[in-house]
Design a protein around this ligand. Structure first.
Ligand SMILES: Cc1ncc(COP(=O)(O)O)c(C=O)c1O
Length: 357
């Protein structure tokens, strides 16, 4: 079993969890927008500096994305998204009854806005664009904001909690999956400048009750909210420690010509991921194998591209995906956790360097 894994959960103290869960036993309230979900939503709204009416929790980010697409009441049409993303982004589009169109990324790792504009000009059926904050990075926000008159812009912020939090887009969707920097076991949040959209998403997460929408069950449970509340309190410290870890990785890999950590500016990232781009796919594969032999997991993320997965290959690609293919073939995500020390990172980087130097 690997000693170092990608996505090791950040968890609160056991005793804090048990203590807080006592209130569920006392109130008998375990779901349906209970007091701990309300507390979590209030604390999230302070975190994002928005009114509580601008935020709602959901069972996970995939359903959050799907319900935003549903509650925006879009005419049936197409949605632009990157292929270099987790398949959840594409699942949400199809589950909402819309059709994905895959567009390439640029060197920012986010959607290439010039290609998005070309696609919009070519195809009048496009109703929305989903830029993804890959590895917590965000790019071209100004250009996407300008598109908002023409199409809805929905940000997949599953990776970027605690990174840039500027109000942007028609909605932003965050993930609190156990492996995320801000975990709640499972969970997500939708943030929007439009309280009516939030109210519709909330109803849709409760089967669509009282609305004309066919919703689903996407309510967050009190158990997940308990983890969320406790982790949100620890979050600034977790982020600080993880940013140190990113810095250690950067120091260690600095001297390796042509090998690049795909995070440039520490002030703009949240310490979610450590993506390292190798010089070739064969070099990456060699690193993964040697790392595994030494108890270190290096994960190909995102690979393969979503558009080449069996469930999505029938959907169209606008132009080529050359940048997505190139990055996807050479990038590996390395373990990061708030408990890691400089020695841990020296060990991991030593193994990698020995395998490729
Ligand atoms: C880019 C991206 N979008 C969406 C999701 C889905 O998040 P969740 O697991 O909360 O549904 C993930 C999950 O890893 C993701 O990486």
């Amino acid at each position: 079993m690997n000693k170092y894994i990608v996505g090791l959960p950040e968890v609160p103290e056991r005793k804090d969890l048990y203590e807080k869960l006592d209130s569920c036993f006392e109130s008998g309230w375990w779901s349906n927008f209970g007091p701990i979900v309300t507390e979590f939503e209030n604390e999230l709204s302070s975190f994002f500096s928005v009114d509580p009416s601008h935020i709602t929790t959901v069972a996970n980010a995939t359903l959050g994305l799907q319900l935003v697409l549903t509650a925006l009441n879009l005419k049936k049409g197409k949605v632009i998204l990157p292929s270099f993303t987790f398949l959840a982004t594409a699942c949400s589009v199809v589950q909402a009854g819309l059709t994905p169109v895959f567009v390439d990324i640029d060197s920012s790792l986010c959607l290439d806005p010039s290609l998005v504009l070309k696609c919009l000009e070519n195809d009048s059926d496009i109703v929305a664009v989903i830029p993804v904050d890959v590895y917590g990075r965000s790019a071209h926000v100004d250009v996407f904001e300008e598109m908002r008159g023409r199409v809805k812009v929905i940000y997949d912020c599953a990776h970027s909690f605690g990174g840039i939090s500027d109000p942007r887009g028609d909605a932003r969707i965050y993930s609190f999956h156990a492996t995320k920097i801000m975990g709640a076991g499972e969970g997500g949040a939708v943030v929007s400048h439009d309280p009516e959209l939030i109210s519709r998403v909330r109803s849709c997460s409760n089967f669509g009750l009282g609305t004309k929408f066919v919703g689903t069950n996407a309510k967050m449970s009190e158990l997940n909210a308990t983890l969320g509340v406790l982790n949100l309190r620890r979050f600034p410290e977790i982020r600080r420690k993880r940013k140190n870890v990113v810095q250690w990785y950067q120091d260690e890999f600095e001297e390796l010509d042509g090998v690049q950590i795909l995070l440039e500016d520490l002030s703009k990232v949240n310490g979610s991921y450590v993506p390292i781009l190798f010089r070739s796919e064969s070099e990456l594969i060699k690193v993964i194998r040697t790392a595994e032999e030494n108890g270190i997991q290096v994960k190909r993320y995102f690979h393969p591209l979503v558009s080449s997965m069996p469930a999505f290959e029938r959907f169209s690609v606008f132009g080529t995906l050359s940048m997505s293919e190139s990055i996807s073939s050479k990038v590996g995500c390395f373990p990061i956790h708030s408990s890691y020390s400089r020695e841990d990172i020296c060990f991991i980087s030593g193994v990698v360097k020995r395998s490729i130097l």
